[in-house]
Design a protein around this ligand. Structure first.
Ligand code: FDM
Ligand code: MG
Length: 214
């Protein structure tokens, strides 16, 4: 049996990421694939609840401590992801280790410190990085009230995502990280994403799931 594909959508706030992951999972299931959504952070676990409290500013944590909790939150999901992929289920993740690096590095933590805890996690077959120019993002409504939802943090995170993109492409190949314009209607963006995912689905069959950064 063919394994499932591991697809990640990354992007800044208001890039339309959550809308598009939901549409992608629906479309995969409607076209004869088995697919499920995996959101990171997964706020339902014990570690996820600590992360949620931090993001809502109900708890204060050292920058390195919260970084490691975000990573631990991925590790506690890693076995289930690998098992589901092996059973032919495609996983669509809303954020992954790349957000982990970009947001923590944007706060000033060393890039290699940010990268290392995730080494060995399941390697996404394809990461789609949704981009919107700042002036378009600002027309999509006000930022929310969670931590990081402000222009200064988003600007610095955008710069770090560029470094993350280079790292993925250098270590894992150019075609693992593809930038997708999130400008346009929901349907237009969906069509762009679908074309890229369709290509990835054809490629994964013959390959094993890799290990991130290794
Ligand atoms: N975030 C997300 C991180 O700082 N590190 C991580 O590893 C991950 C996965 O958490 F601001 C940040 C990004 C965002 C916040 O994400 C919550 P959602 O997608 O808005 O729930
Ligand atoms: Mg958010």
């Amino acid at each position: 049996m063919a394994r499932g594909a591991f697809i990640v959508l990354e992007g800044l706030d208001r890039s339309g990421k959550s809308t598009q992951v939901a549409k992608l999972v629906d479309r995969l299931n409607q076209t004869g694939h088995k697919a499920r959504l995996q959101k990171f952070p997964d706020r339902t676990t014990a570690i996820g609840k600590m992360i949620d409290a931090y993001l809502q500013s109900q708890a204060e944590l050292d920058d390195r401590a919260i970084h490691l909790l975000f990573s631990a939150n991925r590790w506690e999901c890693a076995e289930a992801i690998k098992r589901d992929l092996a059973n032919g289920m495609t996983i669509v993740a809303d954020r992954y280790a790349f957000s982990g690096i970009a947001f923590s590095a944007a706060k000033g933590l060393p890039f290699t410190f940010c990268l290392n805890p995730d080494a060995g996690l399941p390697l996404p077959d394809l990461t789609l990085y949704l981009t919107v120019p700042p002036e378009v993002a600002s027309t999509r409504g006000a930022y929310g009230v969670e931590r990081y939802e402000n222009l200064d943090m988003q600007t610095r995170t955008r710069e770090q995502f560029a470094a993350v993109a280079r790292e993925v492409q250098a270590r894992h190949g150019e075609d693992r990280w593809v930038q997708v314009s999130a400008v346009g209607t929901i349907d237009e963006v969906e069509a762009r994403i679908w074309e890229l995912v369709d290509g990835a689905l054809r490629r994964v069959d013959e390959t094993r799931v890799g290990e991130l950064w290794l």
